[in-house]
Design a protein around this ligand. Structure first.
Ligand SMILES: NC(=O)c1ccc[n+]([C@@H]2O[C@H](COP(=O)([O-])OP(=O)(O)OC[C@H]3O[C@@H](n4cnc5c(N)ncnc54)[C@H](O)[C@@H]3O)[C@@H](O)[C@H]2O)c1
Length: 235
């Protein structure tokens, strides 16, 4: 299996859980040192890494090739790399920031699909989990690029799910609310006030949803958004 953003908090935590469950895991990320650390901390022969920028087509092709050569194919793909960007009201949002966030969160997710789907199609099986967010279904003030990008991942998921269902490949998104991790550094009080169950998600809760969607336990689940948000998007 392949996890992009594999050196990050959700990606590396999921990597550890999937290794425990018997998967062979390729962690993909921009950050070599963080990847080395993640592999070391998981501490298993079943995990390795590849450095790649998910926005660059030839680097995406290269990590897919590495996974196929190293592990004989890709059965599960956590299309997870993402950046949050700055927080500004829309008129003050810099064009360069907008483009950068869209490049990683939309182009990067698209490129991953483009190169992983043919590999899965060859085997006639596979499960892809894209990391969207609650920002994929509601507006997050101050975060226009992130919100647009996470909505866009749902569009990519829906198109792919329809296209590849006949090939035995499933595609879903997970949509976490703020996770107890670095990304949720802002406005804790506001976040908690808006979360009906009054707390953040844990990394384990996110990774276990990924595990469910990757496994045959979810064999009829495709084209869906799986909220892990304590009821936030019910409002
Ligand atoms: N943490 C949260 O509260 C939260 C909530 C909802 C959704 N998400 C989503 O979950 C995913 C993972 O988030 P996280 O909390 O682990 O964040 P994180 O910042 O810890 O990890 C993201 C990883 O992606 C990598 N990355 C960024 N740009 C890249 C690029 N161009 N090529 C390759 N790798 C790149 C980073 O180096 C980093 O290691 C993201 O898509 C994020 O939007 C997170």
């Amino acid at each position: 299996m392949v996890i992009t953003g594999g050196a990050g908090e959700i990606g590396s935590f999921a990597g550890e859980l999937f290794v425990e469950e018997g998967s062979k895991v390729l962690l993909v990320d921009l950050k070599k040192e963080a990847l080395e650390k993640a592999v070391q901390s998981i501490g298993s022969d079943a995990v390795s890494y590849a450095v790649a920028d998910v926005t660059q087509p030839e680097q995406v092709e290269a990590y897919v090739k590495t996974a196929v050569e190293r592990y004989g194919g890709i059965d599960v793909f956590l299309n997870n790399a993402g950046i949050e960007g700055p927080v500004h009201p829309l008129p003050a949002y810099e064009v360069d920031d907008f483009d950068k966030i869209i490049a990683v969160n939309v182009r990067g997710v698209f490129l991953g699909m483009k190169h992983v789907l043919p590999v899965m199609a060859e085997k006639g099986a596979g499960s892809i989990v894209i990391s969207s967010s609650i920002a994929g279904v509601i507006g997050s003030p101050g975060m226009v690029a992130y919100t647009a990008s996470k909505h866009a991942t749902i569009g990519i998921m829906r198109v792919a799910a329809i296209e590849v269902a006949p090939l035995g490949i499933r595609v879903n998104t997970i949509n976490p609310g703020p996770v107890e991790s670095r990304m949720m550094h802002r406005s804790k009080e506001r976040i908690l006030k808006n979360t009906p169950d009054g707390r953040y998600a844990t990394l384990e809760e996110i990774a276990k949803m990924m595990l469910f969607l990757a496994s045959d336990e979810s064999s009829h689940c495709t084209g869906g958004m799986y909220m892990v948000d304590g009821g936030t998007t019910c409002r």
